[in-house]
Each structure stands twice: as C-alpha cells, then as structure tokens.
Design a binder for this molecule. Structure first.
Ligand SMILES: Cc1ncc(COP(=O)(O)O)c(C=O)c1O
Length: 335
C-alpha cells in the first residue's frame, strides 16, 4: 500500500500485550491491549500518528505555524504544540474552557512548548473552524504562514495515521500467530475509528471495529465517521465498499458529558491501575474501558472472542483532576 509521506515522530510499533487481571472481568476472556499510550512521552497517544502526515504536509506547503483546536486539556493540541517545538515551527491553539483553566496536565505542556493560546467559550467553539481561519488570516498579515489542523487531526489526510496503525496491528498479530475478532476504541472526532475501519477494509480483514462515543451520541459519532470515510474515498480515490451498518459505535458511557467524570469511571481507572499497571485517562480510555467491562458483563462479548483494546493515551489529563482520586484527608501529611 502506498502511503502519503510523513515525518517520523512516533515511537512505533507500539506493543500488543495480553491484558490480564482486569477488574470485574474474568481472565477467561481474551483481552489484549495495543499500547498507543507508548508512542512517546510528550507525544504519547493516538494524535501523533495523524500528525506525522499533517506536519509533513504543512512543511511541504511552506507553513511555519500549526493552528489547531480542542478542549483546554486537549491531547491533540498538546501533541501539536510539542511537535511544533520539535520541528522549529510556531503553534497557535484555540481552546474552549468552561472554568478558569488549571496550569496542569496538557495545558502545562502547551505552555512549556510556548504555544500561543486563544481561549473561547463552548458556544463559540461551534464556530471554531471559522475562528481558526480568521486566525490564519491575521497571522498572514504579520508574515506568518499558518496551517490549520481540524479538531483531533481528523481529516482525510490525518486518518492515514490509523490506516497505517491498522496494518501495524495486523502484522503484529500475524507474527504472534494470534487472531483478533474485535478492536475497541474511544470515539471523539472519529479519525481513529475511521482509519481503523478503512485499514481493515483495504486489508480485507474480517475484524470488527467497535467504538464507544465519549461525547454527544453514537448517532452523531457515526455520522462523523461516515463523512470522514467518504472524504477519504474522494480525496485518495481508494476503492472499497462502505456499509454504514458496519460502523458500530456503542452509546451509554458518556456519563456527565465530555471531559466530566463520574465516580464509577474514576473507580475503574484506579482499580485498572492497581490491578494491571495500565494507566487509563479520564476523558477517553477510562470511559471506553467502562463500556467494554459493562458490555462483557451484559454478555455482549463471548469468551471465545479475542478482543483488542486500543489504548489511545491521554494520561496527562489525569493530573488536573488528581484530587478527585484521593480526598485531601486520605493523603498522609508530608506525602
Ligand atoms: C486519548 C484520546 N483517546 C481517544 C481520542 C479519540 O480519537 P478521535 O478524536 O480520533 O475519535 C482522543 C481524541 O481527542 C484522545 O485524545
């Protein structure tokens, strides 16, 4: 398969491991984990795979500034800021906030790498694409050449990151002599899911890709995935049959809303850390994991199936909410 050119930024391939001692799940279930939380330190998580394609494109087009958007603790914005610093580019981030932001987690790293930040409200965020285009025009007047990356790096070019990741997984499991029936991922902007789906279609691989939406509804997530897949088909003239009913996004685990945590999610993240040493994040993988555990307990997955959970990273998002895991009184003095 011929891929568009990239800049090598991620530590690849990431490992595939058997995942044992998952809380509330019997070890008779066959669960594996793909460690995309190990794509780097500052660049940990799924976004760097997409940004390898997008950053190459930006530089090829003579741009010197990456412009992108997200929530105040956006992993994608942080990865974009770090990559910009790594490549000698500037970065501008348009971030929505509801409260006074804490200088912690991803935002701390944005600042450390000198990203310029424009805060907007969640209402204004509905027009974020226009806001980024306006910013690009303003920068042009100052002699800077901006490259706008949409939310989550999810466009026809960015999703190549997860097409490539799908090939990586297939070759890893083939060389391990493994069979995988289902791949599980969190879904937000939909690029990760779309890339995996296109990858499996191009490989003619029978694996089922199952998403858990962590914001809005599965219907909206499915629409987003559908339009990304269509845009990819149009832009890259690839031939494969696209069936909407093959897009499986399971609803019911958004909880209190995007970026908001419930006790049940935090308890699961904590017990997964304690039992297995895998550190999930509160916004994406923690909710997808709750979905997986619940679906297993509802009997919707069988012990015969081999399931691969994609750990898409996001661990920096834990730091701004650390006091939600441990009440002040439970922290020993001097700790
Ligand atoms: C840690 C993490 N996991 C999963 C996702 C969801 O990926 P996508 O936006 O490609 O659906 C994101 C996106 O923001 C993320 O940061």
């Amino acid at each position: 398969m011929l891929f568009p050119k990239t800049i090598k930024l991620a530590m690849l391939p990431t490992p595939v491991e058997k995942w044992r001692r998952i809380p509330h799940v019997s070890d008779d279930y066959n669960i594996f984990i793909k460690r995309d939380d190990l794509t780097g330190f500052g660049l940990s998580g799924n976004k760097v795979r997409k940004l390898e394609f997008l950053a190459y494109d930006a530089i090829k087009k003579g741009c010197d500034t990456l412009i992108t958007c997200g929530g105040v603790q956006s992993n994608h914005a942080r990865a974009t800021a770090i990559i910009s610093a790594q490549l000698g580019l500037k970065s501008h981030l348009v971030l929505f906030k509801e409260e006074v932001p804490k200088l912690d987690g991803n935002l701390f790293l944005d600042k450390m790498t000198n990203a310029k930040i424009k805060y907007i409200s969640s209402e204004e965020y509905e027009y974020v694409d226009e806001i980024m285009e306006k910013l690009k025009k303003n920068l042009k007047r100052k002699g800077q050449n901006g490259y706008v990356i949409p939310e989550g790096g999810s466009n026809a070019l960015g999703i190549w990151g997860y097409i490539k990741a799908c090939l990586e997984v297939k070759s890893q499991i083939d060389s391990l002599g493994l069979r995988i029936d289902k791949i599980i991922t969190a879904v937000s902007s939909g690029g990760t899911y779309s890339g995996l789906y296109i990858g499996k279609k191009l490989l003619n691989w029978k694996v089922e890709i199952i998403g858990f939406n962590i914001r809005e509804t599965s219907k909206i997530a499915t629409q987003r995935i559908k339009s990304l897949v269509q845009s990819y088909k149009e832009n890259f003239k690839q031939k494969f049959s696209f069936k909407e009913d093959e897009i499986k996004v399971i609803d019911g685990y958004v909880g209190k809303g995007y970026g908001k945590s419930r006790k049940i999610e935090l308890d699961l993240i904590k017990s997964v850390s304690k039992n297995t040493g895998i550190i999930l994040d509160p916004v994406y993988t923690g909710k997808a994991m709750l979905g997986l555990v619940d679906q297993i307990n509802l009997g919707n997955f069988s012990k015969k199936e081999k399931i691969l959970f994609l750990h898409t990273g996001g661990g920096f998002g834990l730091f701004p909410i650390k006091e939600k895991f441990f009440s002040r009184s439970s922290i020993p003095k001097g700790a």
